[in-house]
Design a protein. Structure first.
Length: 225
């Protein structure tokens, strides 16, 4: 009986660092702001929002290599078949022992990052017939800019669909499997079996340095190209 109690004992374990949580929620707010400013035709603010998203994306790409263990792409990028096998067991009620992203969640992260990259990248070359131009439009012809403008507009629909799917899946995990995926992304902590190995967390100072370099890169891109 004592052995069983020890094996099932759960303790709060820090699984997400502050930089990755701030990235996540900042991106949510900026995505909503980008949509609102485009609908209201506040294009100067829309451009600034896009630059902020680009800086966050650059930060995330670098943090996915040098950051905390659970933030690194190497820790959650698996084969598509592994992701599908994970989803096959979705209806099974089981304890949540996953430290970072699960096999399917990792692919959702990659898809969202890819769509955001295309969205922001196309926006750099976009135009709306003279009223507003992306900072890199001068490097492409007007027809090419028009094409990228169309991609920029269309990509938002794909992004919105992916975001809605992501939210629905998080809700489904809470209802079907009783796994709370939101609280750990707020607090950074998750209740896991006592024997669970704590992931290595990188220095916040390193995260700040990466963010400053990402921001400087975007500023240079916008001002000096």
């Amino acid at each position: 009986m004592a052995l069983k109690t020890t094996m099932t004992l759960q303790l709060p374990l820090r699984v997400w660092d502050a930089p990755i949580r701030l990235f996540h929620w900042s991106l949510v707010l900026l995505f909503l702001l980008a949509y609102a400013t485009s609908q209201l035709d506040w294009m100067n603010l829309h451009l600034l929002t896009g630059y902020a998203i680009l800086a966050l994306l650059l930060f995330r790409l670098v943090w996915g290599v040098v950051g905390s263990e659970t933030a690194r792409f190497a820790s959650f990028v698996v084969s598509p078949m592994a992701g599908l096998r994970h989803l096959q067991h979705f209806r099974e009620r089981e304890p949540d022992t996953q430290v970072g992203h699960n096999a399917a969640g990792g692919w959702m992260v990659l898809i969202l990052l890819a769509l955001l990259t295309i969205q922001v990248g196309s926006g750099l070359f976009a135009n709306n017939d003279g009223a507003t131009e992306g900072p890199l439009m001068k490097f492409v012809s007007k027809p090419h800019s028009d094409l990228l403008s169309a991609v920029h507009s269309l990509m938002f629909d794909f992004l919105l669909a992916a975001v809605i799917l992501h939210v629905l899946v998080v809700i489904a995990y809470a209802v079907v499997k009783k796994h709370d995926l939101v609280r750990p992304m707020i607090t950074g902590k998750k209740r896991l079996p006592a024997a669970t190995h704590a992931p290595r967390l990188a220095s916040p100072l390193l995260a700040l340095l990466v963010l400053l370099l990402a921001t400087a890169t975007v500023v240079a891109l916008v001002r000096w190209t």
